[in-house]
Design a protein around this ligand. Structure first.
Ligand code: AHR
Length: 487
């Protein structure tokens, strides 16, 4: 029996709902086919697939990042407005060299956000764009008055300004966004950010390009040289089976593949702590947020698919590592104010996979739906023994648990990372609740996934939890995630 103690009197900060954000790039079949369709008989509203949008609405997505990714620093917004037939084509040089017709552009992105009910987060082009191009895009989108750019927006069908809260000044400018040194990027950031004017009522929240994985030197330099001009600093960290050259298969792995992925997650924890320590040093008042705007499992792409499309399967391993990482963000919710898993549809650790008119929801989709009770909840004190074991060079916790309260309800989520041992949780509570409900996500085999023929192979089931005398008991089988709501 594993003893867990929840102390709701100990409040440990708000879990910003934006931690459950998403990312959609012009990459492979994420936007085209996966979200946006034209003339192929798939039911849609203004081009957005009804099946995909309806499924995603269940996740209460708070914020969506677009158009990239590496694509963002090659994207010229003017190519994506106006009559679709007259929009110029471009070559998507980052992702498979395919031709992009620009039919999904600014207006279509805001339409998608409005259908999903989420905040838009746009990343601008620093790598190959100009300051003028970026400042004009902001005016085009957000100016309410009488200006040539605002009037052009009106002619393109949008009278009211778009509401834009989050804007990223470049993406991975240490790599695909220009291979810059941090000092150079910092100067560019300062210049570009100056011209991101606030036309609307709410000031635009500016996000600087942060480090890759463990590159704390980038964090230090950008914070030192440009930190005072930004509200958020991004961070990208992908996880695989540990070796970038051999990322491992997304659906055909052995026990070592399971544990090496979890070991990578522990290394990610370490890197996160290091970046936060640097931020605490340069920004002791905590004015700058950490925005983990790309994270997730990145495995080898599915055999026979375009390697530039980053299409991979999604198993129980993704749900398990996903919960460990989301709990990690909860633990650092003072600094981590947004995270955007890569990516929403058909790319990397996706929520939804599509093939023609077919759609499958992944274990990661179910995870995000099961965890949504934490969005904007107040994290509360929780004491338990993580019971770490050694695997693949790391000490991996067998168990990770997180709890938060919101509107009088307590949400508890827990994951058992082991392949070989079930657990019985005995959770002592410090408040009275009338009842408990919850779900469990697990599967017989670690490599199970939801295919188009078997879309419910890995799907949540109601959980049998017992509540009596201020104590909750529940079974947490090997390789499972659970979520409980007490009211
Ligand atoms: O998400 C895929 C790619 O990963 C993004 O385009 C880039 O920013 C990162 O390297």
């Amino acid at each position: 029996m594993t003893e867990i103690k929840i102390n709701t009197k100990r409040r440990k900060g708000v879990i910003n709902k934006n931690i459950y954000g998403q990312f959609a790039e012009h990459l492979g079949r994420c936007i085209y086919e996966g979200i946006y369709v034209e003339d192929d008989g798939i039911p849609n509203v203004n081009g957005m697939r009804c099946d995909v949008v309806n499924a995603l609405k269940e996740l209460d997505i708070p914020v969506l990042r677009w158009p990239g990714g590496c694509f963002a620093d090659d994207y010229h917004w003017r190519d994506g407005i106006g009559e679709k037939e007259s929009r110029p084509y471009m070559v998507n040089t980052n992702w498979g060299g395919v031709v992009e017709n620009n039919h999904f552009g600014t207006h279509e992105f805001f339409e998608l956000c409005s259908q999903l009910g989420c905040e838009p987060y746009i990343t601008g082009n620093v790598g190959s764009g100009t300051v003028q191009e970026m400042r004009d895009w902001i005016e085009y989108m957000t100016f309410d008055g009488d200006s040539p750019l605002a009037n052009e927006r009106r002619r393109n069908g949008r009278e009211e300004p778009f509401k834009l809260k989050y804007f990223g000044v470049g993406n991975e400018n240490w790599g695909c966004g220009g291979n810059m040194r941090p000092e150079y990027y910092s100067d560019l950031y300062r210049r570009f950010a100056t011209f991101i004017r606030n036309y609307g009522e709410e000031p635009i929240y500016k996000i600087g390009c942060g480090p890759n994985a463990g590159d704390v030197a980038w964090t230090e330099s950008v914070l030192k040289n440009a930190g005072r001009f930004m509200q958020g600093l991004s961070w990208h960290n992908y996880t695989s089976e540990g070796d970038w050259e051999h990322k491992g298969s997304s659906y055909d792995f052995n026990e070592n593949g399971w544990y090496s992925n979890l070991a990578e997650v522990e290394r990610m924890r370490d890197k996160l702590k290091k970046h936060i320590a640097v931020m605490d040093c340069f920004d002791p008042e905590g004015k700058i947020d950490l925005i983990v705007d790309e994270w997730g499992n990145w495995f080898e792409c599915m055999p026979g698919t375009n390697p530039g499309f980053l299409y991979q399967q999604n198993t129980m391993r993704d749900a398990v590592t996903g919960m460990v990482i989301l709990h990690m963000f909860h633990e650092h919710c003072g600094r981590v104010q947004m995270a955007n898993i890569a990516q929403m549809v058909n790319v990397l650790q996706a929520m939804v996979l599509t093939e023609g008119e077919k759609m499958a929801l992944t274990p990661t989709y179910h995870l995000f739906r099961m965890m949504k009770g934490h969005q904007d909840g107040e994290r509360v004190g929780i004491v338990y023994d993580e019971d770490r074991y050694e695997a693949c060079g790391e000490k991996i916790p067998s168990l990770s648990v997180s709890a938060s309260v919101k509107d009088g309800a307590l949400t508890v989520t827990a994951v058992n990372t082991r392949l070989d041992s079930d657990r019985e949780l005995s959770i002592s509570l410090d408040a009275d609740y009338a009842g408990v409900s919850g779900e469990i996500l697990t599967s017989e085999n670690m490599c199970d996934f939801n295919s188009f023929d078997e879309p419910d192979k890995v799907s949540p089931k109601p959980i049998d939890a017992k509540l009596s005398g201020g104590r909750l008991t529940v079974k947490l089988p090997k390789m499972s995630v659970i979520s409980l709501t007490l009211k």
